[in-house]
Design a protein around this ligand. Sequence first.
Ligand code: DX5
Ligand code: ZN
Length: 218
Amino acid sequence: MTHIQITPSILNADFARLGEEVARIGSADWVHVDVMDNHFVPNLTFGPTMVEALARSTDLPLDAHLMIEDADREALAYVDAGCGSVTFHVEAAKAPVRLAREIRAAGARASMALKPATPVDPYEDLLPELDMLLIMTVEPGFGGQKFLDLCLPKIRRARELMAKHGVETWLQVDGGVSLETIERCAEAGADVFVAGSAVYSSDDPDRMIGELRAKAAS
Ligand code: DX5
Ligand code: ZN
């Protein structure tokens, strides 16, 4: 039985009041923290010091999404900062197997992300090394982009490969997830849903989390 999880992204929250912004999403399963270095993606957010402060301000677990070039060297800093899950991009990692093992050994869930044009099949043998696979449904870099339907077959394929390998890997989607698109993702096999603008553009982010959860489960 699939366990639906909603992980709001704080990318579109008010960065000057992050503690209060996170307090508005108390019913979330995780807080999705987008780390961008202005090299892997053309946008810049924050680093481990800020993430550590955020971890101290909430009881919710943090799900770090590293959109950075030097993931091999920097990922463990986010485990140290208090993140319970750390996602690196396979397009950036030089040694993804070693990196996944290091993240697990440090005590966090290891997760790997694929950009929209990156296929999943070449990585099927890595699935047992991963606690979660993130399939991007927009090009990473910015919140508020339109969901890319062309990613749906890859979600379906990833779910098939997980069944083939008999692994319990979570399957996360990120980008353009809203009340309009979440059912398509769930139907394709996703079980962990990042939602940024859908949650933070709502007057009541917690209510929106409930609505997204209900749609995904329907
Ligand atoms: C985009 C980020 C996402 C972003 C999602 O590169 O990885 O987590 O915040 O925002 P929405 O849900 O607005 O597409
Ligand atoms: Zn993200």
